[in-house]
Design a protein around this ligand. Structure first.
Ligand code: GLC
Ligand code: CA
Length: 558
């Protein structure tokens, strides 16, 4: 049953820096988003999420906010922002922005005062951040308060000599963590949030939301994530924001929090929770890692695709939110590789596997988030030199790989496979110079395949990835698939993906081969009364045989 506007909306995530440049400085901007609103409407999108647009030294592309009340001059002015909101609203499109609450930039005036004992407001702001005294060995050597490891690699502590204290940063050292136990700090953030709500934004994606609370006993551990992630008290802070600001303003709030249990997930995004409406969790995102690889470990260690893990994760989250809340579906975002390169094949089966991934996801219940460029099958980028990368995370991790024994080439390959920069290259609009993104050389390299993978080209091909997205998004709306009942079939099958979703007038069965080998999969008995509706290859060899990455959608009227 529909209760809220965001239940059947289709969200599109724009990475502002790379979407469309309009003033020839090589950087995407707000006017660029405005310019492309009609494209997004055409595609079927009705909610826009833009990555941080605030003034920032751009250590982490705007997730390091210097002034919450100012638009980054890279992106335009506050007037441009207001125009974006009103132009979107004219088209019945909602706008949600990123809200970065876990940290600020070290160039934020609060931190400048906090770190400088001679600053007139030092006392007031010092406690807005998290400080710890060093301990000294008998020999007078300074030691870190704990061995906790930052999400970007390296220690979470940075020393400040003037204070003889360390500040905590769980991301880059230019992003000191805010102290959420400080009520004055929380009030200051609330004032800021209210200010943006009054400007007309329709919601927020709350960045790094499960990290707000820390273990203030600072126990030693390595990497120590349990001491700065998902501590129970962070729900109190979110609840406070929700009850005072989010719920009363009918906003859409998307929370970012990995690793939640069912109970925690409902605490975040259950219908009777005030915290969020949608939850971005990452369970399906790294279903292809190799835990034996310690040189390029964690997400960097490529391994075989574990399809059952993906299916079980989808099924799990559908179940968690059934009746009690609302599911969110997405393949990837700005922190992950491009999905067609990651779970598909961006070479031999580029279009086919991109469409296969679209069929598999966009029939599922919940609110979808399409990541910019996904709709044309944008791929990972073959960055040749370390200096081609822009992401702050890349540089610490590269050092880590080399220290653990990787050759330069091996380290580069890990970055090419998994770095966040894969998903941040300029949007490929056309085969013009710089992909129609900008008339000048952009802030980050355009993918070499832009001449063959771009919007212009695909808009004129009936069977392109783009047209497949357009059709699927329209189908979602027409059939209210967001509210559909989904059942996975053969969850443990290692290569076949099969799901049944009940829509308004039809029941749909998607069957897909998630591999680059021909697959015999006896689907025929399950298809009684069903008719073929969509397919990503030109002909079917036999009903029970799927060629590499073949996918079909069948349907039956009810
Ligand atoms: C979130 C963002 C990521 C950013 C980090 C720190 O995980 O998605 O891009 O680097 O928070 O703000
Ligand atoms: Ca620009």
């Amino acid at each position: 049953m529909k209760k809220y506007w965001w239940q059947d909306t289709i969200i599109y995530q724009v990475y502002l820096r790379s979407f469309q440049d309009t003033n020839a400085d090589g950087i995407g901007d707000l006017q660029g988003v405005i310019k492309r609103l009609d494209y997004l409407t055409w595609l079927g999108v009705d909610t826009l999420w833009i990555s941080p647009h605030y003034d920032s030294p751009m250590d982490d592309n705007g997730y390091d906010v210097r002034d919450f009340y100012k638009v980054s001059p890279d992106y335009g002015t506050l007037d441009d922002f207001k125009t974006l909101v009103s132009e979107a609203h004219k088209r019945n499109m909602k706008v949600i922005t990123d809200l970065v609450l876990n940290h600020t930039s070290d160039e934020h005036p609060w931190f400048k005062a906090a770190q400088d004992p001679t600053h007139p407001e030092h006392e007031h702001y010092h406690d807005f951040y998290i400080w710890q005294k060093p301990t000294y060995t008998k020999r007078g050597e300074r030691t870190l308060p704990t061995r906790w490891v930052s999400w970007f690699g390296g220690p979470v502590w940075e020393y400040n000599a003037a204070l003889d204290q360390y500040y905590l940063h769980i991301f880059s050292k230019k992003m000191p963590d805010l102290n959420w136990r400080n009520k004055t700090m929380r009030e200051a953030l609330k004032t800021m949030i209210k200010w943006w709500i009054d400007l007309g934004v329709d919601g927020f994606r709350v960045d790094a939301s499960n990290h707000l609370e820390k273990n203030w006993d600072f126990p030693d551990a390595k990497p120590g994530y349990e001491h700065f992630s998902s501590l129970p008290k962070h729900h109190e802070y979110l609840e406070e924001l929700g009850a005072e600001l989010f719920k009363p303003n009918n906003l859409l709030i998307i929370g970012e929090a990995g690793g939640a249990t069912k109970k925690e997930a409902l605490q975040y995004a259950g219908f009777d929770s005030n915290e969020f409406n949608l939850l971005i969790q990452f369970e399906h995102c790294w279903a292809d890692t190799d835990s034996d690889n310690t040189v390029t470990s964690g997400k960097w260690a490529t391994g075989p695709l574990n399809l059952p893990k993906i299916k079980k994760s989808f099924a799990h989250w559908i179940d968690v939110f059934k009746n009690n809340g609302w599911n969110t579906i997405y393949w990837a975002n700005h922190d992950m590789p491009r999905i067609v390169s990651h779970y598909g094949d961006d070479q031999r089966y580029h279009a086919r596997s991109a469409k296969m991934l679209a069929y598999a996801l966009y029939v599922l219940p919940g609110t979808p988030i399409v990541y910019y460029g996904e709709e044309i099958g944008m791929t990972n980028v073959d960055y040749e030199h370390l200096t081609d990368f822009r992401d702050v995370e890349v540089y610490t991790e590269y050092e880590n790989f080399i220290r653990r024994g990787a050759t330069h080439e091996r380290a580069m390959q890990a970055l090419r496979d998994r770095s966040r920069d894969n998903a941040r290259s300029p949007m490929q609009w056309s085969d013009e110079a710089y992909a129609g993104f900008s008339p000048v050389s952009p802030w980050m390299k355009v993918n070499k395949n832009a001449a063959s993978i771009n919007v212009n080209l695909q808009r004129h091909q009936d069977d392109s990835i783009l047209m497949t997205y357009k059709d699927l998004l329209a189908l979602r709306k027409a059939e209210a698939l967001a509210h559909g009942e989904a059942t996975f079939i053969d969850l443990d099958h290692p290569k076949a993906y099969c799901v049944k979703t009940v829509g308004k007038s039809h029941t749909y069965i998607v069957v897909a081969n998630f591999s680059d080998a021909t697959l015999d999969y006896p689907i025929e008995p399950k298809l009684k009364g069903y008719k073929l509706f969509m397919i990503n290859v030109s002909t079917i060899q036999s009903t029970n045989t799927l060629v590499p990455y073949e996918a079909r959608i069948y349907r039956k009227r009810h």
